[in-house]
Design a protein. Structure first.
Length: 141
């Protein structure tokens, strides 16, 4: 059974380029074996991620993330059984925040800043869908 999970967490240390590349490299190495796909969006202080795959695999990954010392305030924003994946093309895609239009953020939140703690999980998922549709996700494979 396929599921889709959306979570947010606060970074315990600033997310620099090296940290982000290490996370993406590990995700792209391990996720295909587990049948997990998804997209990661991060700023220097938070993570917002969609994970898709089998229930057991996605749940196990979420538990590892929740125990990871790089994450604090890990918050489940959405979890649903799905018939098909939305992000099948990415073992772990990355949102290119440099290409993010502030008007798009305003469409889903009170400010142009990415803050998944201030909006509904449904709004965050709609934002991800639009990011994919506007080619703001990079790092296929």
């Amino acid at each position: 059974m396929l599921v889709r999970m959306l979570y947010a967490s606060r970074a315990t240390a600033p997310v620099d380029v090296e940290t982000l590349h290490a996370i993406l490299k590990a995700s792209r190495a391990h996720n295909p074996k587990a049948g997990i796909t998804g997209v990661l969006c991060s700023t220097d202080s938070l993570y917002l991620q969609v994970l898709e795959g089998g229930r057991a695999a996605v749940n196990a990954l979420y538990l590892r993330i929740a125990r990871d010392p790089r994450h604090a305030e890990v918050t489940l924003l959405g979890y649903e059984e799905i018939a098909e994946r939305r992000f099948a093309g990415w073992s772990m895609g990355q949102v290119n925040l440099a290409r993010l239009n502030p008007a798009l953020m305003l469409k889903y939140s009170e400010t142009a800043m990415l803050d998944p703690y201030a909006v509904s999980g449904r709004a965050s998922m709609a934002l991800f869908d639009e990011l994919v549709a506007t080619a703001s996700v990079v790092g296929q494979g």
